[in-house]
Design a protein around this ligand. Structure first.
Ligand SMILES: Cc1cc2nc3c(=O)[nH]c(=O)nc-3n(C[C@H](O)[C@H](O)[C@H](O)COP(=O)(O)O)c2cc1C
Length: 331
């Protein structure tokens, strides 16, 4: 089996992968690709752009994920993304929520290959950054290789060369978004077959992946792996990914990550950011470690309130140092 590529990305996740989370994740990995939460075209065009679309240069390489099905709006947002310095624009064709369906974007667009192709074509013609698509392998009663393959060919004909395939179908009625992330069965073979039959396309596999040997195995069949929940729950697993997948020798300890985040926190608080908006993403920093409970308790007692005080954040380094010592002693 030929090793094709070694691309790993962190999945777009609403209410999770905002700019503060991405900054935090980047402290642990230089090599993974990061994605924004989904932004609706109308919000990107008419909303508070600074609030919705701004990011720190450290977060790059970074993709903006957009939700929409109006080709003019999608084209406009693609240009905005390029002008702001995003490295990729990704269209969401996988979200099954009712609200998203009502607005005609996300997974329901899998039923509209021609419309999707028109949208992608408009996006490709309006910017010079890669336009990529994130989709499911099917919807409702349609979990069919030929359907998915032809959908991908349509999008490829319109100028999309990279496809992120969440390896489970979406059930558009009767399941909540959360259930839609767990109940439909994973079908990795369908994704492998897409890559096998379309060797020139970049195929990134997503869904239920967390361990290094799983990542390595998928990389035997696909160009890349996208990981969502397991990285949010255990962000320091990015350091293992750096070591084992990218061969990075010098990696930060948790203590170093916390110290760097504290510097960022101090700067951001001066700009008006609330402490809890940053610290809420760090709950999993000690996942599976001695001291994990102390860390979580300290965060919930001191850092999670709307009016959390930065002075209390300074005490974090004491907790971190104690945890570090405890983990070294238990090793
Ligand atoms: C809290 C949460 C929010 C999500 N938001 C988005 C989103 O904005 N756009 C998107 O394409 N997928 C979204 N997803 C789906 C993930 O990107 C990913 O496809 C899914 O979680 C499967 O990957 P995993 O098993 O590695 O978590 C979300 C998932 C979760 C758990």
């Amino acid at each position: 089996m030929q090793k094709i590529n070694r691309k790993v990305s962190v999945a777009p996740m609403m209410d999770c992968t905002d700019r503060h989370d991405r900054y935090f994740l980047r402290l642990m990995s230089k090599n993974v690709m990061l994605y924004s939460e989904m932004v609706a075209t109308k919000s990107a065009i008419h909303g508070d752009r600074k609030k919705i679309l701004s990011f720190s240069p450290e977060e790059k390489p970074l993709a903006l994920q957009v939700g929409g099905s109006n080709k003019l709006e999608l084209a406009e947002v693609s240009k905005i993304a390029e002008d702001l310095g995003y490295d990729e624009i990704n269209i969401n064709l996988g979200c099954p929520s009712k609200k998203v369906q009502k607005n005609m974007f996300g997974a329901c667009l899998m039923k509209e290959p021609n419309l999707v192709a028109e949208c992608i074509n408009a996006m490709v013609n309006s910017c010079n950054i890669p336009v990529t698509a994130k989709t499911r392998i099917g919807f409702d009663n349609t979990e069919d290789f030929e359907y998915l393959n032809s959908f991908i060919h349509k999008m490829n004909g319109a100028g999309c060369k990279t496809f992120i395939l969440h390896a489970r179908k979406a059930i558009l009625t009767g399941l909540s978004p959360k259930q839609n992330l767990n109940i439909p069965k994973l079908n990795y073979n369908m994704v492998y077959k897409i890559k096998e039959q379309n060797p020139d396309l970049e195929i990134i596999i997503n869904g239920g992946i967390s361990k290094i040997d799983e990542i390595n195995n998928h990389l035997n069949f696909c160009d890349g792996v996208m990981i969502g929940r397991s990285i949010y729950q255990n962000p320091y697993s990015l350091v293992e990914i750096e070591k084992e997948i990218f061969g990075t020798k010098e990696n930060p300890t948790r203590e170093e990550v916390a110290a760097k985040l504290l510097e960022y926190l101090e700067k951001e608080v001066k700009l008006g950011t609330k402490v809890n908006h940053i610290m809420r993403h760090t709950v999993g920093l000690y996942h599976g470690q001695v001291g994990s409970k102390d860390w979580k308790r300290y965060l919930s007692d001191n850092m999670m309130a709307r009016d959390s005080d930065f002075q209390k954040a300074k005490h974090i380094m004491t907790i971190v140092q104690n945890n570090e010592k405890a983990n070294l002693a238990s090793a």
